[in-house]
Design a protein around this ligand. Sequence first.
Ligand code: BG6
Length: 486
Amino acid sequence: MGFKTDFLWGGATAANQIEGAYQEDGRGLTTMDTLTVGDRNKPRQITYQTVDGRVCKAERLAKVPEGAVGYIDPDDFYPSHTAIDFYHHYKEDIALLAEMGFKAYRMSIAWTRIFPTGTETEPNEAGLAFYDAVFDECLKYGIEPLVTLCHFDIPLYLADHYNGFSSRETVDFFVHYAETVFKRYRKKVKYWLTFNEINVLRSWLQLGIHPNDEQTKFQAVHHLFIASARAVQLCHDLIPDAKIGNMVMYAPSYAMTAKPEDVLANIYYKRQVEFYLDVMVKGYYPAYKLKEFERKGIRITMEADDLDCLAKGTVDFISFSYYMSTMSTTDTTVPKTPGNNILSYKNPYLEVSEWGWTLDPLGLRIALSEMYDRYHVPLFIVENGLGAMDVIEEDGAINDDYRIDYLATHIRAMRDAVVLDGVDLMGYTPWGCIDLVAWSTGEMKKRYGFIYVDVDDRGQGTFKRLKKKSFYWYREVIATNGESIS
Ligand code: BG6
């Protein structure tokens, strides 16, 4: 006995990292479009132009001064503008996913293709038609679309004119967008997610907020919760046979020693993600967070029925990304290593990837058990994978055995969680099933895919798609419902 027969094997992507065509058919700009390419040593930057025409750059998570008049420096490169040009290759790409036997394809809708500024009353028909075509293509092959409503790409206009999610109006704009796509795609899409990695969203870039202090941030987070809870209720009303989940970045954290101080530090650390899960799955603010707000003098402005809305808008399942584990300690001299949206303490028992991310397959079983034991709702792994540099051999082969090893060890761990721990797992959609732009660095050479895309860090290449060794391996995994992995 292993995975259930209707287990959703597939892969995952996000609009701003694959589509390109950033100004085609009426698409509006998102904050993601202001991000330049970077690399391991050079962080991505936001560019902005001042009223007197100067082009300035700010750190990825910094504050862009109010009153910026433009964002694009013609001399720099912006990966989201072209990405892998899925916009014009989606038929070919989905055919390749189908060839691997995908049962589900996780993707996101670009909010600004539907509402270019976020504020329009009427949607952009060309944007809606594009996703109709994409979903039809998936359904033609029996692939279930699993759709994220917002994967980091909030409309630039809302950041500039409404202070993003710090304003309540943005909640209404989001809900109008969600309602529009639920109504349009109710016959085609049965699996939805609200905000990607809601627990690590921050700053102007992902929340559109000014300034970036805790008071502003947690007010914006409250608005995300309300936006999500309202979307959940709408989805239930409009598409009764659909399921809608939240999405968090989950990195299980281990106390570095048995010292009670380290154990307590670990409890505090874990609450950073549990807070988001508690509100969205249980439907109320946990006591520890209310006490923290009190201590720090953070006051959340709420409308009269907000608590009721949270209670009624709980999700049907939890989805999460898993790339790595982390550690908690009170010893600040312990060396650190980069990770997925976090700087992590380096675990002496574990290796790291080329980009410094901690490799820990057993951590996936731990993550699944922790969440299932605490929340008792179905789980869905909607991101997992190894970002690595691939080499094309002279004969055209791409022998990515390192990726196969990574995925096999993680699939074994998730099977143990199902078989030995009784976790109810809906599916597995590893990240970047087709090569795409890396979010943290903007690089193309940090590749995750089963399918190679011939484009480099500056957007140059033929855009040809090639099958890697892992393509054939994953096809076998899906065909045998995971049994091909011993
Ligand atoms: C997750 C995001 O944080 O990690 C993805 O949801 C991202 O958008 C993925 O691409 C992997 O990170 P990176 O930086 O290697 O692309």
